[in-house]
Structure formats: C-alpha cells, structure tokens
Design a protein around this ligand. Sequence first.
Ligand code: AMP
Length: 116
Amino acid sequence: MDHDCLFCRIVAGEIPATVVYETPTTLAFRDIDPKAAVHVLVIPKEHYADVVALSADPAASADLLATASSVAEGEGLTGDGFRLMFNTGRFAGQEVFHVHAHVLGGEPLGPMLALR
Ligand code: AMP
C-alpha cells in the first residue's frame, strides 16, 4: 500500500467510498464527480500507477476487466452499451496515479473525444 495514494487509502477503508462491487483483488466504487448517469471506477487493490504498469501483471489485468464487466452487468449497462476508459498520463488528464477503469453509461455518451 502507498499511504500517499488516494485509492490505496480507499482500499484500506481510510477514506469512504460508495462501493458497488468487490472481489479479493479488485474494488469498484462510484466516482465522486460523475461524468455520466452511471460512473463507476474499477481498481486493483494492489497499487499500479497506470495501465502500462498493470499490463505487466496479466492476472491482475484480467481481474480488472472481469470486474468492469460485472459492474456493467450489475448497473444494467450491457444492453444499451457503455464506455470503458483508462486515462493514462498527462495528455489524457490522469489525476489519480493508481490505475482505474472508468465505467461510463446509463445514457448516450456522445463523441469519444471532445477535441473532434
Ligand atoms: P482520472 O482523471 O482518470 O485520474 O480520474 C480520476 C477520477 O477519480 C475522477 O473522475 C475523480 O472524480 C475521481 N475521484 C477523485 N477522488 C475520488 C474519491 N474520493 N472517490 C471517488 N472518486 C474520486
């Protein structure tokens, strides 16, 4: 655990979160500032800074994807569809350097990028 990491502290129960799904290796909780009708963050309980670091651990990567799919099913998103997004680094505007997948849905999400 990284004591300076916000999401490690959520995993440790030091900071509250609205948890929607949990496995032995992953945690899913509602984004505090939702950008869509449904906005859930899915994280590995172990600390990896970003998706590049996570990809070095295939089992952890698979666990994260499986939890993201379970969240999408649990939130009723699989029929109309949803977006799964990893912001990575400065150009993508990554704010929290503990890898997290954004599960977004519950309404039409518009274009993939605001720039285009
Ligand atoms: P990113 O820009 O991809 O790093 O996304 C970080 C996300 O974490 C943002 O969507 C924030 O709204 C969200 N966030 C920040 N603090 C919290 C928190 N305490 N609980 C839940 N979500 C948070």
